[in-house]
Design a protein around this ligand. Structure first.
Ligand SMILES: C[S@@+](CC[C@H](N)C(=O)[O-])C[C@H]1O[C@@H](n2cnc3c(N)ncnc32)[C@H](O)[C@@H]1O
Length: 325
């Protein structure tokens, strides 16, 4: 069946090249230009569409993502279908995911696997930590739907933090998608100029309760000083046993994504990339030295692409508040 799936896939994919180009162009237009017009993040579309693909290819169950992705005015799911249909047909014939989206072998993740691999690593750690905490705070939530899925079933207070425009637009879109958000506390904040804990406490956050802070796909847009400030804030204000769960990018990734067309597109929505660490040698030490320099303890970590000669391009890491500030 695998062989048959390739035999059907290759001509179908060739046939689909012009169709996918049209679909992909409309999608890119909406993602970049419509996001700019709305004053919201375009990279958050990249992420929700990665998770949409994971659901459609049976890699991860996420009904709220499918509903939300379809209602966003800065997205175009039909275009995404046109791009991925040949791969989906191939998957349905062979029963195996190939090329995209797929679960890459450990350490062999490429940049194409970023959203998929990163999401699975975050999910795994969230599953473990969420049973040990009472509050769940998503920093830079974008279109994350974790608060509307599994976590809705457990008794955990969910907070979502993001910029005002992004939250407004998410709330409207959740409503159009028929997803209830009453159990989620939305706190608008700009990490570059405001204190997130002041706002969180006003919104009902209890600093005495153990909390999981999810900081996924955000550190790369901040300066080193801002990244450190967030780590210091968590260390100072969160209860012992709280976790800051983040992805920290390697220099190699930021250099690759921060040039040419990609950079121009990112600049349109003010999403230039900044913070990274040099993971080219002794990456585990580099990461732990950085985290420990802010007095946080390294818990579980995973490095995407760790078998590459150039070193990994991103780490997913659990940072633990292990003693009182
Ligand atoms: C790539 S998206 C990731 C979204 C989400 N965490 C996920 O994984 O689906 C980055 C998010 O960070 C938010 N963000 C970036 N800089 C921010 C800032 N200075 N203050 C508040 N939110 C910010 C953006 O609005 C966007 O929603």
């Amino acid at each position: 069946l695998t062989l048959l799936s390739w035999v059907i896939y290759i001509p179908l994919q060739i046939l689909f090249v012009p169709i996918a180009l049209v679909g992909g162009s409309v999608l890119a237009y909406r993602q970049i230009i419509v996001s700019k017009r709305l004053g919201v993040s375009q990279t958050a579309i990249e992420i929700i569409n990665g998770r949409w693909a994971m659901h459609v290819f049976d890699l991860r169950d996420d009904e709220p993502t499918v509903k939300l992705a379809a209602t966003l005015p800065n997205n175009y799911i039909f275009g995404l279908w046109l791009c991925l249909l040949p791969l989906w047909v191939k998957y349905k014939i062979s029963g195996k995911q190939a090329l995209y989206p797929r679960v890459a072998a450990a350490g062999a993740e490429t940049v194409v696997d970023l959203v998929i691999a990163r999401t699975l690593q975050f999910d795994r750690i969230i599953d473990r930590v969420s049973s040990q905490v009472e509050q769940f705070v998503i920093l830079g939530a974008g279109y994350d739907t974790r608060a509307y899925g599994k976590l809705k079933q457990v008794s955990i207070t969910c907070f979502e933090l993001d910029q005002t425009e992004v939250q407004q637009h998410k709330l409207e879109s959740l409503q159009s998608a028929g997803i209830s958000s009453e159990h989620v506390i939305f706190v608008s904040v700009d990490f570059t100029s405001e204190s997130m804990f002041e706002k969180l406490i006003l919104a009902g956050f209890d600093p005495a309760k153990k909390t999981l802070f999810l900081w996924e796909g955000v550190s790369l847009y901040l300066s080193e000083a801002q990244v450190r400030r967030t780590m210091q804030d968590v260390r100072q204000h969160a209860a012992v046993g709280s976790v800051l769960l983040a992805d920290i990018y390697g220099e190699i990734f930021i250099k690759f994504a921060n040039k040419g067309m990609q950079k121009k597109a990112l600049d349109l929505t003010d999403e230039g990339l900044d913070f990274s660490l040099d993971f080219s040698t002794d990456f585990e030490k580099t990461l732990s030295t950085f985290i420990e320099s802010e007095d946080l303890k390294v818990g579980e970590s995973y490095f995407l692409g760790h078998k590459s000669d150039k070193g990994p391009y991103v780490a997913v890491v659990e940072m633990i508040v292990d003693r009182k500030a």
